[in-house]
Ligand binder design. Structure first.
Ligand SMILES: Cc1cc2nc3c(=O)[nH]c(=O)nc-3n(C[C@H](O)[C@H](O)[C@H](O)COP(=O)(O)O)c2cc1C
Length: 195
């Protein structure tokens, strides 16, 4: 399967970087082809421009620079995986901007004459998100766990009907030790083996 891997972390010595390596190894071992979008390495500009907003509801709207290239790659994949840390109870701004600028009419959905939205990433039959959190799970539960909902509900709607979205979250990162993070990386590896 051709898998688009979208990674949003600025540091190469972070836990998220380790997760990315485990995901890449797991996908390669399972025989998948990986197309990596490393948003920080690409210096992706997450800000929707004035022109992009002006044409946003045209199908397809006029994306500029890297966003147009990312949109093509999103339309060419069969599997989709996100790796990111939770910042301010959501994805890092660079990933939020990826959704603003790349997802949209003509790419992730179609808007019909009556104003109804239709999913348009129906070529994607499997997705996964690996997300880390500083806070513990009960606190995230109280907040409604926005990253989990973003992936399990918002993202899922755009995909092929019934496409699974595997969510692997590591909570309370400041209180865990190396044994716990190693166990988490093993879990990520197991999910990739089944992807
Ligand atoms: C700018 C920033 C905002 C953060 N906001 C949250 C937050 O709202 N909720 C939370 O659970 N953790 C938050 N954290 C903690 C990160 O989720 C945590 O540091 C990260 O998941 C650890 O992974 P890493 O070592 O790979 O960066 C924040 C961290 C940063 C740097």
């Amino acid at each position: 399967m051709r898998v688009l891997l979208i990674y949003a972390h600025p540091l190469s010595d972070s836990l998220n970087a380790e997760i990315k390596s485990v995901v890449e190894e797991g996908l390669t071992a399972a025989g998948h082809e990986i197309d990596l979008i490393d948003l920080y390495a690409d210096r992706f500009d997450p800000v929707l421009t004035q022109d992009e907003r002006q044409t946003y509801f045209e199908d397809p709207f006029q994306r500029e620079d890297l966003a147009a290239d990312y949109a093509k790659r999103l339309m060419a994949c069969e599997g989709l995986i996100f790796i990111f840390p939770t910042w301010s109870m959501g994805p890092p701004a660079i990933l939020k901007g990826f959704f603003d600028r790349v997802f949209g009419p003509g790419v992730s959905f179609r808007l019909d004459d009556k104003g109804n939205l239709h999913p348009n990433l129906i070529h994607i039959t499997k997705a996964a998100a690996i997300v880390t959190y500083g806070r513990e799970r009960p606190i995230l539960w109280w907040f409604g766990d926005p990253p989990r909902r973003l992936m399990k509900r918002w993202l899922k709607w755009f995909l092929a009907p019934g496409a699974p979205v595997y969510f692997v979250g590591l909570y309370g990162i400041h209180k865990i030790n190396r044994t716990v993070s190693k166990r988490f990386l093993n879990k990520v590896s197991r999910v990739m083996a089944k992807f």
